[in-house]
Design a protein around this ligand. Structure first.
Ligand SMILES: Nc1ncnc2c1ncn2[C@@H]1O[C@H](COP(=O)(O)OP(=O)(O)O)[C@@H](O)[C@H]1O
Ligand SMILES: [Mg+2]
Length: 244
């Protein structure tokens, strides 16, 4: 019925961990929800890009960590292929691997998303890298989200430089006319001083609610994270009000 998009201030800031927390919290509120990761990429920079063979199908291996975490976080019976349109072994296939970029078809992604939104109450869509990441030659994630008119959640990995990255992302989301549902503070660096001042500063400057704060945790992908999402009303309200 409705979908929303989770982006982050950067890669490795805790988008996937926050997606797990949101899915678990919404399930506790009685909502049937699945995650969807349109384009899953490998994390490692390939050493010899030019000599790597191009992938011939949509799935390098059905083993991307983000897709598996989204799959495990939902109570719904979905398969890997249901919640992912493309898996690549290497990073940034949309840029670096010749015809791979041409193979990412927005129509396939739209079709896969539609199938999920017609079957479930809510679909959480996890982006790749940050807000303005290209999806293929024609679309950035931001442009695709705008075309789909999806509300956005911004995950801020709390570290040096995050205020700048967060405010730039918020500005761009707002400039595209999209509702910012809220933001999640993820404490990826336990040693960082000024944590509470950063949260205070961001709260003052972002005109959308702080949906929750995730502390630094051991193996967060294996834990029940629902309690860290504290503004569940906003996530459920979004579906009925923001997109009227
Ligand atoms: N709150 C946290 N506490 C401890 N480790 C975290 C936390 N959030 C993320 N991590 C770790 O940081 C890495 C990147 O997180 P991930 O959710 O995959 O980021 P993204 O989806 O933005 O790339 C993972 O190894 C994850 O386990
Ligand atoms: Mg991720």
């Amino acid at each position: 019925m409705s979908a929303f998009f989770v982006t982050g201030t950067d890669t490795s800031v805790g988008k996937t961990v926050s997606c797990r927390a949101i899915i678990q919290a919404m399930q506790n509120a009685g909502i049937k929800i699945v995650g969807y990761k349109p384009i899953a990429c490998g994390q490692d920079e390939p050493v010899y890009v030019d000599v790597l063979e191009e992938q011939q199908d949509d799935y390098g291996k059905a083993d991307n960590r983000d897709v598996l975490v989204l799959l495990n976080s939902s109570n719904e019976k979905v398969t890997y292929q249901d919640i992912n349109s493309y898996t690549f072994d290497h990073t940034m296939p949309m840029l670096s691997m010749g015809n791979n970029a041409a193979r990412i078809r927005i129509e396939k992604i739209n079709g896969d998303l539609k199938r999920l939104t017609s079957a479930y109450q809510s679909v959480l869509v996890e982006g790749s890298f940050g807000w303005l990441t290209p999806m293929n030659k024609d679309y950035t994630f931001a442009e695709w989200v705008a075309a789909q008119n999806m509300p956005v959640v911004l995950v801020v990995g709390i570290k040096e430089g995050c205020i700048n990255h967060a405010l730039l992302s918020v500005q761009s989301i707002e400039n595209m006319g999209l509702p910012l549902l809220g933001w999640v503070a993820n404490r990826i660096n336990p040693g960082l001083s000024h944590y509470s001042q950063i949260i205070e500063e961001l709260s003052m400057r972002i005109d959308a609610p702080l949906l929750g704060q995730i502390p630094y945790l051991h193996k967060p992908e294996e834990q029940d994270l629902a309690r860290y999402i504290t503004d569940i009303e906003r996530l459920t309200y979004m579906k009925t009000e923001l997109l009227k």
